[in-house]
Structures are given as structure tokens and as C-alpha cells.
Design a protein around this ligand. Structure first.
Ligand SMILES: [Zn+2]
Length: 316
């Protein structure tokens, strides 16, 4: 009986223990579950939020980095784009020119021009600005005043040394859209007495000075005193410049040549395509005085005043 009485008691005790254990376990489980729920949310939330914070910028950086390759990839996929970019980069050195060195002109055919085409009533007024080292020259701005008043187009053959000594006048001439600038050598030497290298130096110096002062460079050249030889003609053409002489000599460097005489010479000699030579370096004694009547008379005869390059059909 004892044992029989103990058995149910043990069972009861065991049951109670089981129940307690069950409660305990349940309690533990709920704690664990609340903990396990709470902990993951926090741990998950924090890594996610921290990861989204850290990852998001990293992602935006990474995409932006990765968008660069796609862009270059698309650029390479579109040959036009890559060609345009390559073209601009390769051509930019040519466009962004050295402000001190005139761009090289393409060689032209050898020739000497004394007169333009005769099929049209057009005339070129030309003014030389010669200056020899040791002999300072001037600038006759009254000539420019007349040309501006008359809205007349003209060509100025400027010496390199003259431009160096008259930078403001050079800039003013270069900025005038009605005027063409020509090259008249640097030191006004006799080209028949120069070596080929010396000729090139005279041309280059003058082109560079004109370029530096005005951003333009001559396309036409006039030999000092009109003196030349075969080598000179070859070199001038090789340098891309047209050699320009004249067919009407006003003789304005002679103080004895009056304004009336200049006008009479023009009236007697001018023809279609004529190139009239005068001086703007202060040695054209009566040039500015004669010019208004010369221009008026030429126009009254139906002559259009053009630059030398225009006369030769080369634009300005
Ligand atoms: Zn001269």
C-alpha cells in the first residue's frame, strides 16, 4: 500500500513538476521569443539602416563611377561622338593658335601681280608703310580719316619694323573691316640682295608682328621698292603670300608731286583692275590732300574701290 500510496503521490509530484517545468519552460520560451524577436528587429534594423546609410552613398558613388564607363562606352558606341571629341581635341591646338606666331599659310603658285582682272571696273588703293632701320617713319592718319569719311576700302602694306614702332596705328588698321593688311617685309631691304633664309626671316617676322598686334595676318606681300628675283618670287609664294606690284604710280614720296599731279596721274593711268600705289608712312607728302578728289573721281567713273584680295577674287 505504501508503495501503492507512493506511486500516485510520485505521479502527482511528477505531474506538478512537469507543470512547473512546463510553466518555466513556457516562461523561458516567451522571454526568449520576446528577446529573439526584439533582438533581431534591432540587430536587423540597425544593420539595415546603417547599411542603407552607408550603402546608399556607396551605391550612389559606385553608380556614378559606373556611369562614367557606360558614358565612355556609349561614346565609343557612337563613332560620331568620339570622332567629334577627338576632332575637337586634335583641332583645338590648331584653333587655339599661338598669339605670337602667325599660322602657316599654304603655299600658292608663283606669280607677280601688277593688276587685277580687267573685266570689271574695280580699283585697289594701296598704301605702303615702309620703315628702314635707323630711319624712323611716321603715320599719316589723315589718309585713314579720308578713307573712313568716304567709306573707301583700301590695302595697307605694313613693314614689320613700322608696325613695331606704330602698334596703335597697326591695331587700328587691323581692326577696320574695310582695310586689308599686307606684308611689306620687316626692314624694307632690297630682296635681290638677300639669301633665301633672310627672305623667309623678313616675311615671317612681319607676319608674326601683324598677327600679334591684330590677330590677323597678311595674305598679300609687296616687295620693298618693288625689287625681286626668281628666288624671291618662289619664297614669297612658298610662304603663301601673293606678290603684289602696281600699275599706277602716284609718285607721292616726292615732295614736288602735288595733290593735283597725283589726281592727274590717276586720271591718266587708271584702268579696270588697277592697283594704285601710295604711302601712309608720312612720306606721302600730298597723298591725304589728293585722296578725297581721287576717290570721288574714281567713283564718278564707275570704279568700285576694293581691297587687293577682293580685286583678285580672294575675299578680304
Ligand atoms: Zn616701301
Amino acid at each position: 500500500m505504501k508503495s501503492g500510496g507512493r506511486q500516485p503521490r510520485r505521479t502527482v509530484v511528477a505531474l506538478i513538476l512537469v507543470i512547473i517545468l512546463a510553466f518555466f519552460l513556457e516562461a523561458c520560451q516567451t522571454k526568449e521569443s520576446t528577446l529573439s524577436v526584439a533582438v533581431p528587429t534591432r540587430t536587423v534594423a540597425s544593420p539595415i539602416s546603417s547599411s542603407t546609410r552607408t550603402v546608399t552613398p556607396a551605391r550612389t558613388i559606385t553608380p556614378s563611377r559606373t556611369t562614367i564607363p557606360p558614358k565612355t562606352a556609349t561614346a565609343t558606341l557612337h563613332p560620331t561622338q568620339t570622332r567629334t571629341s577627338t576632332f575637337t581635341t586634335t583641332s583645338s591646338p590648331t584653333i587655339t593658335l599661338d598669339p605670337n606666331i602667325a599660322p602657316t599659310l599654304l603655299p600658292i603658285s608663283i606669280g607677280l601681280i601688277e593688276r587685277g582682272p580687267q573685266d570689271q571696273k574695280r580699283v585697289a588703293l594701296t598704301f605702303d608703310a615702309c620703315e628702314v632701320p635707323g630711319q624712323p617713319a611716321g603715320f599719316d592718319d589723315a589718309i585713314v580719316g579720308v578713307l573712313n569719311d568716304k567709306m573707301a576700302r583700301a590695302t595697307f602694306f605694313l613693314g614689320g619694323l613700322w608696325m613695331e614702332n606704330h602698334p596703335d596705328a597697326t591695331r587700328m588698321l587691323g581692326a577696320n573691316p574695310r582695310f586689308e593688311m599686307g606684308n611689306h617685309s620687316y626692314s624694307h631691304p632690297d630682296f635681290t640682295s638677300l639669301s633665301g633664309e633672310e627672305m623667309v626671316w623678313e616675311l615671317k617676322q612681319t607676319q608674326d608682328i601683324a598677327w600679334r598686334l591684330t590677330g590677323r595676318q597678311p595674305a598679300v606681300f609687296r616687295f620693298p621698292a618693288g625689287k625681286y628675283n626668281d628666288t624671291a618670287l618662289e619664297i614669297v609664294a612658298g610662304y603663301g603670300l601673293r606678290a603684289i606690284q602696281w600699275d599706277v604710280v602716284t609718285g607721292d614720296p616726292d615732295p614736288n608731286i602735288t595733290a593735283e599731279m597725283i589726281l592727274e596721274t590717276v586720271k591718266a593711268r587708271v584702268n579696270n583692275g588697277s592697283i594704285i600705289i601710295m604711302h601712309v608712312n608720312g612720306r606721302g607728302w600730298h597723298t591725304a590732300e589728293a585722296l578725297p578728289e581721287v576717290i570721288d573721281w574714281l567713283r564718278s567713273q564707275g570704279y568700285a574701290l576694293v581691297t587687293v584680295s577682293e580685286l583678285l577674287g580672294e575675299g578680304k
